[in-house]
Design a protein around this ligand. Structure first.
Ligand code: NAD
Length: 503
């Protein structure tokens, strides 16, 4: 570990357990064993507020992936896992959730150190949300069943029924913005239905997933049911998409990579869920409670420093209230505390990497070049650290790059509109369709707008509310399939029709 990272950890104080974890050489978790990459290759892990090196993790080879898939296959094709009754799976998942709760501080600290995010948000949202998700899906394990069906026209006597069966080995490819939580969203439902897993964290953020794997082992989940392969997307992610031992791909990440994963899945005839990018619109109607709406909009775009797929990044405001609303947004944004993730009062944390910081800054420069007015922010903080000020652009045009493309950083664009039909048209004028928000107290109008909005989630007078019982996933270029909710279970099971001929 670099000295700057050591000093950072000392300054804010982290638990002895996190220190002990970081002091260990990190290994992958395959078939219940802790392994280096078969060729010994490793990559560096950087702490985003100091730019120092935290540790290194194995950079898996395709041979390592083969081993992980073989372990997952063995458990699925008649291993101990496949013999477990649903309530036994439920019990194991509940034990895992208990262990996560016990080790919540460590998991949150690792997420803050590795990804850069606020440790408070990591504890209350990433870790607690993961625990809740595991508990929710644990309960489903014993409630999955088919139907008995009366054939509708075929002559003869039959007992006909359907069986719900787990799909098999599920490969999860995970992004860096919510490393633990996104992984758990995929794992909890897959294990509840009886699948086994091979998981690839993003190369920038493997640490919380590796600590989680220790808890999987401690919970008593049989070896080989969960395998963690740390590696490069272009090597391991790509190899997963064409691996013959994998039955289902569940991918969360950018739309360009999602297209490749989807194309490979179709080619290989694998099941696939794609949770992709977004450029979610927000419509603020003239009657909205402007103070409350501004507060929700600011949180809805700047939480996690804007590195949130369903962030409300395009705000369309009724022209009559555009200026007072903009003033409110700017005032609230100026109060947001920019600090390293471990600082207790951190709201705006550093971006995850130098590359992400450069990309966000180049979007800000393009907005200025294309004539948008900078209402606040716009700059990086002097280093070290990948900090970018929360930024608001005023009086944007729909054709600007900052309005059309996903920035994935703390940048909000605002545009006025004249009537509701125009607001809906502007909101839908995007390749994406992940989420949208409407602020108004005119509930009849709001209800009439909801069916017209092309998005997988619509929030009213709020942004980004998430619960394991509600499905999460997009329309259009934001992908298809759902994580969370009962809907996710359908994407992890197949239905077999059974015909028994009766005399
Ligand atoms: P990314 O697409 O670059 O990477 C995502 C994952 O894919 C990583 O694990 C990466 O290693 C892997 N990968 C890279 N190339 C691959 C390839 N050729 N084949 C297979 N896998 C490959 O995305 P990111 O930068 O890690 O995350 C940010 C993106 O994720 C944003 O676009 C964001 O909107 C999206 N996201 C979407 C959701 C959602 O639920 N819709 C949630 C979080 C993030």
């Amino acid at each position: 570990m670099d000295q700057v990272v050591q000093q950072y950890l000392d300054k804010y104080g982290i638990s002895a357990a996190t220190r002990a974890f970081l002091a260990k050489p990190q290994k992958m978790f395959i078939g219940g064993q802790w392994l280096d990459a078969s060729d010994g290759a490793r990559f560096k892990v950087t702490e985003p507020s100091t730019e120092g090196q935290i540790t290194t993790v194995p950079s898996a080879t395709v041979a390592d992936l083969d081993r992980a898939v073989a372990a997952a296959r063995a458990q699925f094709d008649g291993g101990e896992w496949r013999q477990l009754k649903p309530l036994a799976r439920e019990r194991l998942l509940q034990r895992l959730a208990n262990l996560m709760e016990e080790h919540a501080t460590e998991l949150a600290e690792l997420e803050a150190i590795d990804m850069g995010k606020s440790v408070g948000f990591a504890r209350d949202i990433d870790v607690q949300g993961s625990v809740d998700t595991i508990r929710y899906f644990a309960g489903w394990a014993s409630k999955l069943h088919g139907r008995t069906v009366e054939p509708s026209s075929l002559p003869g006597n039959y007992l006909a029924y359907t069986r719900k069966e787990p799909l098999g080995v599920v490969a999860a490819i995970v992004p860096w913005n919510f490393p633990l939580q996104t992984m758990v969203w995929k794992l909890a439902a897959a294990l509840a239905v009886g699948c086994t897993m091979v998981i690839k964290p993003a190369e920038l953020t493997s640490l919380s997933t590796l600590r989680f794997a220790e808890l999987v082992q401690e919970a008593g989940i049989p070896d080989g049911v969960v395998n963690i392969v740390t590696g490069r997307g272009s090597v391991i992610g790509a190899a997963m998409t064409s691996h013959p031992g994998i039955d289902k791909l569940t991918f969360t990440g950018s739309t360009p990579v999602g297209r490749k994963v989807g194309a490979a899945a179709v080619d290989q005839l694998k099941h696939v869920t794609l949770e992709l990018g977004g450029k979610s619109p927000v419509i603020v109607l003239a009657d909205a409670d402007l103070k409350a709406a501004a507060n929700a909009v600011v949180n809805g775009v700047f939480f996690n420093s804007g590195q949130v797929c369903d962030a409300g990044t395009r705000v369309y405001v009724a022209r009559s209230v555009y200026q007072p609303f903009l003033d409110e947004l700017v005032a609230l944004t100026r109060e947001l505390k920019i600090a390293p993730g471990l600082a207790p009062d951190c709201y705006i944390s550093p971006l995850v990497s130098a590359q992400q910081k450069d990309s966000v800054l180049s979007y800000i420069a393009s907005g200025i070049e294309e004539g948008a007015q900078l209402a606040c922010g716009g700059k990086a903080l002097p280093g070290p650290g990948f900090f970018v000020e929360p930024t608001i652009f005023a009086h944007c045009r729909q054709d600007m790059r900052i309005v059309r493309e996903e920035i994935f950083g703390p940048v909000l664009v605002t545009l006025p509109f004249d009537d509701v039909d125009e607001a809906v048209a502007l909101a839908n004028d995007t390749e994406y369709g992940l989420a949208a928000a409407i602020y108004s107290n005119d509930l009849s109008l709001v209800h009439s707008l909801i069916p017209r909005i092309e998005a997988g989630m619509v929030y009213v007078n709020a942004h980004g509310t998430i619960d394991p019982a509600l499905p999460f996933g997009g329309f259009k270029g934001s992908g298809f399939g759902k994580d969370l909710g009962a809907e996710q279970l359908d994407h992890l099971m197949t239905t077999k029709a059974v015909w028994i001929t009766l005399p």
